[in-house]
Design a protein around this ligand. Structure first.
Ligand code: SAM
Length: 343
């Protein structure tokens, strides 16, 4: 890579052609990682924020072609946690220092607005110093408003891909990019801290689609960006597709850090699945968030989005300890903090 670190820090101002070249770059990415790490340190020092992930249901009414919990996967063993189980995950997490809980799940028709609002309210009443993040898919604006009024702070909804044609390649006809985007803009407008994102290396994705993702994110200006490699699941239409690569995912993490210096950027479980040191490399490439799993282990094994997902049978305490060591090993430190965005 010929560019100097100072030039790389101007990545967000690059025209399309040069950005395409950066995404497509072959060979050493050391300067890119270094520039991203410098920018991350300017905004967040060596802090790494934890999110306690609670995968509370794997029922889903959607049929996304890539996802292991899609409704057509008859082999999936379905579960939903009770509110008591979810609160007990939070109790456990709070004692371990977590100050953000992420409630993630499929689009489970049993999750009425009343049920979600009551859950959010119970968590916020018990732990007013914690942030609650929801990641439960596409809803009408009125539902998002109700969750926000109940006390939810953040919402994660990856846009998945920013071009219509590619969106249609990944989803059945009843899902649309237009609605996904509508959700994200509604969430922002309501006042949530919003996370978007995409899979790297999903079937049919080329550099052109990745460029469109970056341009869409510039328009949305999210607080969080979740990316990870696509990994096939054997019971989906994409069973035979190739996974996304470590190299491209790391490069995209660095480009995102340079383009969105303030952003909260997780080193994801999927990254840890394609490489045993994927999350550590992710941190070095600009990521500043880790998401240890607080889901009870017997349920966790059924939140099976893709093959060979890691951390399926570690209990929450072990998962937390393991991530602490990983973070330390690359020179950063976990802080017990809500970890709000620093714009
Ligand atoms: N239902 C919610 C939604 O649609 O946002 C949240 C749950 S969904 C399973 C969470 C994310 O998992 C998706 O946004 C998608 O990017 C990711 N995911 C699903 N299948 C995957 C796969 N095969 N490889 C990598 N990531 C995957």
């Amino acid at each position: 890579m010929k560019e100097s670190i100072e030039q790389l820090k101007q990545t967000r101002d690059l025209p399309d052609e040069q950005l395409l070249q950066l995404i497509d770059h072959q060979g050493e990415d050391t300067a890119l990682f270094e520039a991203a790490d410098q920018v991350r340190r300017e905004h967040y020092g060596t802090d790494v924020f934890l999110r306690g992930l609670i995968e509370f249901t794997n029922y889903c009414k959607n049929d996304c072609y890539y996802c292991g919990i899609r409704r057509s996967n008859r082999c999936a063993e379905r579960y939903r946690l009770t509110p008591e189980q979810i609160l007990s995950c939070c109790d456990n997490g709070y004692a371990m220092g977590f100050r953000t809980f992420v409630l993630q799940g499929g689009e489970d028709p049993r999750n009425t607005d009343e049920a979600i609002c009551s859950l959010v309210d119970q968590i916020k009443t018990r732990y007013p110093d914690c942030a609650v993040t929801l990641s439960i898919g596409e809803k009408p604006r009125s539902s998002y408003q109700a969750y926000f009024d109940a006390g939810a702070d953040r919402y994660l909804l990856r846009h998945e891909t920013a071009t219509d044609a590619h969106y249609r390649r990944l989803h059945p006809a009843e899902l649309s990019l237009e609605n996904r985007k509508r959700c994200l803009f509604d969430l922002k407008d309501i006042g949530f801290q919003v996370g978007a994102g995409f899979m790297v290396g999903s079937p049919g994705q080329s550099t052109k689609e990745l460029l469109a993702d970056l341009r869409f994110l510039q328009q949305l200006q999210p607080d969080m960006i979740g990316i990870g490699p696509f990994i096939p699941h054997h019971e989906t239409p994409f069973a035979q597709e190739k996974p996304g690569t470590l190299e491209l995912t790391l490069r995209m993490l660095s480009i995102l850090r340079l383009m969105f210096p303030y952003v909260l950027l997780p080193a994801t479980t999927a990254l840890g699945t394609i490489s045993p040191i994927g999350r550590e490399l992710g941190l070095k490439a600009g990521a500043n968030v880790m998401m240890p799993n607080l889901t009870p282990t017997d349920a966790r094994k059924n939140y099976d989005l893709y093959d060979n997902k890691i951390c399926m049978d570690e209990d929450a305490g072990k998962c937390r300890g393991c991530q602490e060591n990983r973070v330390k090993s690359v020179g950063y430190r976990i802080v017990s903090d809500r970890g709000d965005v620093r714009r």
